[in-house]
Design a protein around this ligand. Structure first.
Ligand code: PMP
Length: 633
């Protein structure tokens, strides 16, 4: 790599260190990066420096590329806890005198560089003990591409340094904490354990920091180690930066730590962009994938009649509603849709909400409050859980689908003023159906409110997609919640019930009252989709055929799954394995998301296959066979 330069900046005030950084950059970026580093020094929160030294050197020797150590964050509460953990990690790395090392760690403060200690005899090995050993000439290989060159990022810089140090000959471990009084996070790094971030390793306000490099090897190897640390230029690849944490003020550290801990556990999340209209295929990152992840079960979101209805409504009524329903936000499409949904579900009245989430939160928190009780299935959707929490009512969770447990728990809470039992109709991550007749029998016997979430049942369950009451041939629950965002291809939520219930919610339900009404285009689209669904019940039948074909194909390949509804869960268990299986499927052209905690319980990660009426038999067969193959490998 010719024409590469090291750019170093050191800034001080009254002889006191203020800021320092180094970058390895191609010649074309030297002046830009140098000026960024100067800006950084001049705007440092420790004060304006009176001396800034920028050193720019051409790198003559080859640059070594290293892969960043894997990072894991340990969240601890106190410095004592952090130091005990650091000692444990060092012991795990095969170091005997950890207590003594922790004492020495407190003695590193006066050094500009690191203390180089023999890991076994604890003898100091630096030629100049007042200076210590400095690890320099290193950078994040991707910093330029990420546009973060010159931007302060403690997180990335520490990983780069630790990676270089752990690749030095005869170095077996490092322990470090910053001298910044506000930065209390430190780390222990070894090649085997990786970079173990410890969130609290000193008291806040403590201006002392330092580092120890632990050496195990012959004395005549020390010079080579120091030469590597101080002279060999290194670029580190795959530095797992939290780019959003770069340059963030200290008060954001806790946020970065929480994100980092999620990432280490295989639980971090990101949004993927799907190009083109929603449907059974999409372009993702430039590749066409068959989508087994959409809740648009009947392929209505892109149906020309539905799209035209939305466009016509936008032209006629405008894009947004301009107000809450009780002020200026009620437009003809809202009124028409409420009456069409009531007819479709066979209820007296319907109330629309901005989303299904709001419908659950709004209905539950209006119906019960302090002094009341909600009985909630343990696998209920997050919006139900949040509604229960927000209501302030006592919440009793009963075992999944266990009507005897529900019965028992209802029997034990007769003292509460109002009682509500609530369940998903189709469980969103498991795809199973609530036994509605039994649920109604138990709740009516106890004379408590019954509420069922038909988000994934509407358009899917029952011969014509009307939901659980059609499927079982039974009555409706007192409160039937649904969403327009799944089989109805639009967005918005609704609650069906008696006129009394709906009038009550219209007056008492805060997400209905205090939020702007959903726009007319979305309402008109849902209305058109509902009309298509009623006119073409064959779509529901086609979806059911697809479910049967997919499940039987999986069975033929030795994978047995439940196929009651359009949601077919394939439970993998381990979060990282589920992610790996999802990535492997994507390689083969299928988009099947891995569902992990907190959406499902820890250790119950799964691939959630969502089927559509528009999937072709070929797509279903290919997906089943690929899925089975990946699960077996
Ligand atoms: N209930 C269930 C069971 C759901 O799966 C969802 C959506 N994931 C909702 C409610 C919320 O509906 P919406 O997306 O329309 O807010």
């Amino acid at each position: 790599m010719s024409e590469t330069y090291s750019v170093k900046m050191r800034a001080s005030s009254d002889g006191r260190h203020v800021s320092g950084a180094e970058k390895i950059v191609p010649v074309g970026s030297v002046s830009k990066v140098a000026s960024r580093l100067v800006e950084r020094a001049l705007s440092h929160e420790r004060g304006t420096p009176d001396f800034i030294n920028v050193k720019i050197e051409s790198l003559s020797s080859d640059i070594l590329r290293l892969k960043a150590l894997p990072v894991m964050t340990h969240v601890v509460a106190t410095p004592a806890e952090g130091r005990a953990l650091a000692a444990r990690l060092l012991a795990e790395a095969g170091i005997a005198n950890v207590d003594e090392i922790m004492v020495r760690f407190s003695e590193t403060h006066s050094l500009r560089g690191a203390m180089l200690l023999d890991a076994d005899t604890l003898e100091r090995l630096e030629p100049d003990q007042s200076r210590g050993v400095r690890a320099t000439y290193m950078d994040d290989a991707a910093a330029l591409a990420k546009g973060t060159a010159g931007v302060k990022n403690h997180y990335a810089e520490a990983i780069v340094l630790a990676t270089k140090v752990q690749n030095a000959p005869n170095i077996i471990a490092e322990i470090c904490v910053s001298d910044d009084p506000d930065y209390v996070t430190g780390y222990v790094a070894t090649r085997e354990l990786g970079y173990r971030r410890i969130t609290v390793l000193k008291e806040k306000g403590d201006p002392n920091g330092g580092r120890i490099f632990l050496y195990r090897g012959p004395r005549d190897g020390v010079a080579k180690t120091i030469e590597f640390l101080e002279k060999t230029p290194v670029l580190v690849d795959d530095v797992p930066t939290l780019s959003c944490a770069a340059n963030a003020p200290r008060r954001f550290d806790g946020l970065a730590d929480a994100l980092d801990a999620r990432q280490a556990a295989g639980l971090s999340r990101r949004c993927r962009t799907l190009e083109g209209p929603t449907g059974p295929t999409a372009i993702v990152d430039g590749r066409e994938l068959v989508v087994f992840a959409s809740n648009d079960y009947l392929d209505l979101a892109r149906d020309p009649r539905v799209v035209k209805a939305a466009a016509d409504a936008a032209n006629e009524f405008g894009a947004g509603s301009g107000g809450a329903r009780l002020t200026t936000g009620t437009q003809p499409p809202h009124v028409r849709l409420e009456s069409a949904l009531a007819k479709f579900k066979g209820s007296e009245a319907v109330l629309l909400y901005g989303t299904g989430y709001m419908a659950n939160v709004g209905a539950i928190s209006a119906l019960v409050g302090k002094g009341d009780v909600v009985l909630s299935d343990e696998l209920n959707h997050a919006s139900i859980i949040d509604g229960c929490r927000l209501s302030g009512a006592d919440v009793l969770v009963y075992r999944h689908g266990d009507m005897e447990d529900l019965d028992r728990k209802l029997g034990a809470c007769r003292e509460h003023r109002r009682r509500l039992a609530v369940s998903d109709g189709v469980f969103s991550m498991d795809g199973d159906i609530l036994d509605l007749p039994r649920f109604l029998e138990v709740t009516r016997r106890h004379d408590v409110f019954s509420m069922v979430d038909e988000a994934h049942a509407t358009g899917v369950v029952g011969c014509t997609g009307r939901g659980l009451a059609e499927h079982f041939g039974c009555e409706l629950p007192d409160v039937l919640m649904g969403t327009l965002s799944k089989a109805l291809g639009s967005e918005g939520g609704f609650v069906c019930g008696s006129k009394l219930l709906v009038e009550y919610l219209r007056n008492m339900s805060r997400p209905f009252i205090f939020s702007t009404a959903p726009g007319a285009p979305a309402m008109a689209a849902a209305l058109a989709a509902l009309e298509v669904l009623v006119a073409e019940p064959g779509r529901v039948a086609k979806l059911r055929e697809n479910i049967a074909l997919f499940v039987s194909e999986l069975a033929r390949h030795g994978v047995s799954v439940r196929g009651e509804t359009a949601i077919v869960p394939v439970v993998v268990g381990d979060e990282k394995k589920a992610l790996a299986a999802s990535a492997a499927l994507e390689e083969l052209g299928f988009l099947v998301p891995a569902i992990r905690y907190p959406t499902v319980a820890r250790g119950a990660a799964r691939l959630r296959v969502a089927l559509m009426s528009a999937h072709t038999p070929e797509q279903l067969r290919a997906a089943a066979s690929s899925l089975a193959k990946i699960l077996k490998s």
